[in-house]
Design a protein around this ligand. Structure first.
Ligand SMILES: Cc1ncc(COP(=O)(O)O)c(C=O)c1O
Length: 362
């Protein structure tokens, strides 16, 4: 019989363990930025004024030891959220942010070596979770003016396409695909899991959610990380037909969304005014930003989200760093689109502060 100890020694003597092939192909995550707390955070598309006060108030007043002791229970949340989103309770799965929704779609529908279609540039997590699933990724480029490459996408969708991820609005461009175009994609991609990521829905007002009844290949995700100001808690929702959701749930850890996140989401939807006011402020701030950028002759892309991509050219990194030194964080997108920065909005006051600082270094 083998002595287990000698076997262990033997393995470690051979060197480090080899991970799966898919892991070898993945680049390490970019280091998540630290020390952002006291800066003007116009870099990660969070809510820039903070979590809804009524959510904090609820935690301060009513959080009990039992709430932290007992494993999460989702029944009430599912009831209330399905009413809020006007879907059946079994058409909704709570997720640990949109990130988990993306991962669940990839893990449920894509086998090693199968094809996933992505748009480029788009949110990095689509590529990451597809790679993790071992997918063969094919990217379709946005046109130089960043219009949605609908015809190119329709041409490329075929029987091997197992999943397709579309951000609507898209990050980092802020551009959208309209509902008739989504329907064309869904009809062409009848055997493909199509995820429409609506992380910025509250700002765009465009949703594919009602299409679920007609398109059994459609998945829609929403999040509490952006307009709702709850990014730290990691809570999102994934929607599709009841049949699809049953498969998706098999791929999910039974407690992947924590109890505080669920509580916060339940409280957050009770006060739509907080969101409505914040969205109106952001939309006004976006107009102010456009005017400011035009005055400086800085080209930008019209956005339907709470962020704007603009072109500063070769000084991209320098401007990014000098703004950071002045306490303003913006996103350097030059690795995806040369010479471009992305700015998260922001109240009008915050955008004015940004424009004042930008003028001084421009
Ligand atoms: C398009 C898009 N989807 C999803 C996310 C992440 O959302 P969550 O915090 O819900 O995982 C982001 C974050 O930047 C995003 O831009």
């Amino acid at each position: 019989m083998l002595n287990p100890d000698s076997e262990i020694t033997q393995h470690s003597a051979l060197g480090p363990l080899a991970p799966r092939e898919a892991i070898l192909d993945i680049q390490p995550h970019e280091k998540t930025p630290n020390g952002r707390r006291n800066k003007l955070r116009m870099d990660l598309n969070e809510n820039t004024v903070g979590a809804p006060p009524h959510v904090l108030d609820f935690f301060r007043r009513y959080l009990t030891a039992a709430d932290l002791t007992i494993y999460p229970d989702y029944d009430h949340a599912l009831e209330e959220l399905s009413l809020h989103f006007s879907v059946d309770i079994d058409e909704l799965t709570l997720t640990n942010g949109t990130e988990e929704a993306i991962q669940l779609v990839a893990n449920t529908y894509v086998d090693e070596g199968e094809e996933v279609l992505l748009l480029c540039p788009s949110y990095a997590a689509y590529r990451f979770y597809s790679q993790l699933a071992g997918a063969r990724i094919h990217e379709i480029d946005y046109s130089p003016g960043f219009e949605f490459p609908l015809e190119k996408l329709l041409d490329r969708i075929g029987p091997p396409t197992r999943a397709l991820f579309i951000g609507n609005p898209n990050n980092p461009t802020g551009t959208v695909i309209d509902t008739p175009a989504i329907e064309r994609v869904l009809s062409k991609a009848a055997d493909t899991a199509v995820l429409i990521d609506e992380a910025y829905y509250e700002f765009s007002g465009i949703t594919a959610l009602p299409l679920i009844a007609r398109h059994p290949n459609l998945f829609v995700s929403r999040t509490f990380s952006k307009a709702y100001g709850l990014a730290a808690l990691r809570c999102g929702c994934l929607f599709s037909t009841a049949e699809n959701m049953a498969h998706i749930r098999k791929a999910q850890s039974p407690y992947s969304v924590n109890s505080l996140a669920v509580m916060a989401a339940r409280i957050a939807i009770k006060d739509p005014k907080f969101i409505e006011d914040y969205v109106l402020e952001v939309l006004a701030a976006r107009e102010l930003l456009y005017v400011g950028l035009e005055r400086l002759n800085i080209p930008y892309i019209k956005s339907r989200a709470n962020f704007v991509l603009f072109q500063v050219g070769a000084r991209c990194l320098e401007i990014h760093d000098r703004l950071r030194d002045r306490g303003i964080l913006v996103r350097d997108c030059s690795h995806d689109i040369a010479g471009h920065l992305r700015l998260t909005l922001g109240t009008r006051d915050q955008v004015e502060r940004f424009l004042d600082e930008l003028k001084q270094i421009w």
